[in-house]
Design a protein around this ligand. Sequence first.
Ligand code: ADP
Ligand code: ZN
Ligand code: ZN
Length: 753
Amino acid sequence: MDKDIYASVVVDQAHPSIDRHFDYIVPEELMGDYLVGKRVLVPFGISNKAIKAYVLKVSNYTQLPHNRLKSIIKVLDKEPVLSERAIPLIYWMKEKCHCMLIDAINAFVPPGIRKNTRPNRPKMVHLKILDGLDAYMEQVGKRSRYMADILDVLYKNDGDLPLNIISGDTGAPASSFNGLVKRGLIDIYEGQPDIANFSDMHGQKCELPELTVEQKEALDIIRNTIAKGKSNILLHGVTGSGKTEVYMRAVGDIVAKGKQAIILVPEISLTPQTISRFKMRFGNRVAVLHSRLSDGERAFEWKRILHGEVDMVVGVRSAVFAPFKNLGIIIIDEAHDDSYKSEGRPRYHAVDVAKERCNLEESVLVIGTATPSIEQYYDMTKGEYTLVEMKNRVDKRRMPPVEVVDMRDELIKGNRTMFSQALYISIKEVLDRREQAILLLNRRGYAQFVSCRSCGWVAKCKRCDVSLTYHADGRILKCHYCGRRYRYPYVCPNCGSHFIKQFGVGTQRLEEQLSKMFPDVRTVRMDMDTTSTKDAHEKILAAFRRGEYDILLGTQMIAKGLDFPNVTLVGVITADTSLNLPEYKSAEKTFQLVTQVAGRTGRGDRGGKVIVQSYEPNHYAIEYASHHDYEAFYKKEINLREQFLYPPFSNIIKILIIGDVEKDTIELSHRISEWLVKNIDNDIILKNGLISIGANPAPIDKIDNRYRWQVLIKIRPDAMFDGVYHCLVDRCIEEFGNKEQNVIIDFYPVSLL
Ligand code: ADP
Ligand code: ZN
Ligand code: ZN
């Protein structure tokens, strides 16, 4: 009788040709060891080079003949780096995300663990002084604004916070922290915050707030669902309805049962405020996973999770892989956000992974948002989520009134500025009352494009085939896709005329116009041009929060996640930019944008209003967003999607073909689509699944001298068709893909741009 034991391993090398299991004999001295999830060294290939591999399975059966079997050399881990529960999810990812097994494994094992970086504790900052803090703040504030900011953030957020979260929020350099340490105002330490630091500071704040009626109802439904076991919940609540409080109560229930929780937030929302809300409630049993952690710090937090030293993690997208052993709930805030989709390796959507993980681990999934994506809401109507609604803001504050201004009327009235009369008056009022305003214009630079009025020539990037944007600083033309700069054409290169004119407005011009119309106004601009340096983004927001500026203006960067009590006016300079994107989601994006900016105002006690300017003010996305009417928007949009067979009434597979030579790129695209068409024609299932297929230039068909075409395959929305189509496309890529990685497939594209 054969009593050998075999381990199925995946080697730590990313290559499609070895993207599978390899079986090895477990030598006798290792038989007592629990190997699943551990790393081992195995002899590999003809040369028998020793390489690292992950054990995914141990059994006493192998298909390999005995003479071809080799033995494991040694075990590298004392404890598994992959939990047994992760393994089915790894297979699921391979199939769903079309990644290699090793890519999926790498999603679960952070780089610091893979490279055996020494885990180091994230540095924490502790505020030592409470009495007379104001005086200290004033005193150090005279020397350094940053020092005062650090104290302020610590005070407002009740206690100890990770150092890099504070520096991220305030933009403060290390010297400011050191200055405060020298003055004896703060301590910096590595390790666990003392639980006492969280409870004593503002004793009264630690009492749980009395829930609103809507919060109670929402929580009741969530509790009932939790009691029933695994299930998915869509928490559709307007901005400011108190969703976070509901999340925290649900998490409290889960923790009381001895289970753990994952709370995902978009990168931009992972602020000291968010973290401290959880830390104040749950003390040091909270891990934080954000993108500013070093490999060692991430490894440290990851180990705390693995060893059960924390009950929950608050983190960004990748925290969905946190190695909890007894997961009770995953909460995803702002679940519609595109940042939950990974565009790297592996290409996964955190909401999909969370759903599958909850399904496998019998946990509850709660996705919360004020603007569910059309697909998410549709899934809810089909029974995939239980709907929980919160329609009112906490304290019964009204949703801010949204005024839509028809810019065509302004033109008729002779107003050629970028400010409608209504917006102009409102800005003036805000400035008079010493409040603050946010102005959004989804286009950076000064002018959108530059063109010759005699012959119609438009300045375009030679390498990208997009029009160049005029930047007033330095009088240059910039390409927003490849970054190349061009000299300003004073003379038309086409006809020699001098009538070169700038068209369209960008954020630079908006800033210039503002200071012309309101001479004393203090403005700060936030777009890709002003936030290219590290922490620039945070510095701008911190300065605005401090009241150093009256108006924050910028691109959609400013639309999300900001919470400024002194902002009483939000203006959208033109809602038409996102409305006219060449993409089926443009209405949805516009609706989300207007709803989100509307949520940014009126958070304080002073209320607020929103002004949206548009040349298409009657567009349903703008109209429904201005009435805060999600359902009406959804009804209209879902009908259109059905009519034109867009998702969720189809699934789209995007194959992007990139090449240096235009002719070859076009040819390859056609060859790919012809190959697909031929194979689809020959197969009855594929034929039934197809809605349409075609090769076309990508919306931007040249970036950085590389041509871009795409093949879009629209298929019927059915898991069966997904399966056969995904196989077909995989085969197609084997046929046509090459080393230069010039064929990129996205099976679940969040955007067709
Ligand atoms: P959302 O996440 O839905 O936008 P938040 O959870 O951020 O809303 O809540 C908005 C504000 O209301 C926060 O400042 C929060 O502390 C406060 N809040 C939430 N629930 C209550 C409550 N039951 N009583 C008083 N204040 C609350
Ligand atoms: Zn010309
Ligand atoms: Zn370019």
